[in-house]
Design a protein around this ligand. Sequence first.
Ligand SMILES: [Zn+2]
Length: 230
Amino acid sequence: MSVSESVQMYLLTIYRLTQEGEVAPTNARLAERLGVSAVSVTEMVRKLHEKGLILKKRRAIALSREGERIALNVIRKHRLAERLLVDRLGIPWAHAYDQACKLEHILSDEVANSLEEFLGHPATCPHGLPIPDRQGCIAPQPETWPLAEVQAGQRVVIEQVKEGSVELLNYLVEVGLRPGQEITVEQVAPFDGPLLVSAGDRSFPLSREVAGKVAVSERASGQEGQLSDP
Ligand SMILES: [Zn+2]
């Protein structure tokens, strides 16, 4: 099914709101996120429902299988485009997001498949988010939690950084933090104060707000006795 850019944007937004753990996306949340009027949303939601792309239960909206397939296809193109922009064209990853938001609607499936090949089948986008495969499947992801919830003394790996916030990304780039990097939380100030984080021989403070947008996991391999005690 070939669908318009605006249908793609609605499906993508419903997918993202669902992923963010919203109770369930509603017309009101969609209007707010897309920056469009309640009337336009009502009209489009009716169309999407007619086309079988969404399911409705009272006010809650969910994607149908076909709706989800389309959303994941757009996400696949977005994340592959980000990889191209950052890895091959040297565009700072803090700025690649906006460009990829345009490319995601333009790339055909064939071009996306060739791009994936050309890039060597990357598993994630530069933010650490998984790239769906041609069938729209996402590989199992490590369990993550917000850096803001990590206790002092813990060693963790940055898995994902929330997309879209240029200021936040610029700051992380400035201090040299990116997905895949191992860090240690040195101190956690009381009363929701900042975290002191170290990577290698550098350490720097991160506000709770920033730390809340960084998802981390425990590094399994690092705990298997890299520091071998005789
Ligand atoms: Zn990304």
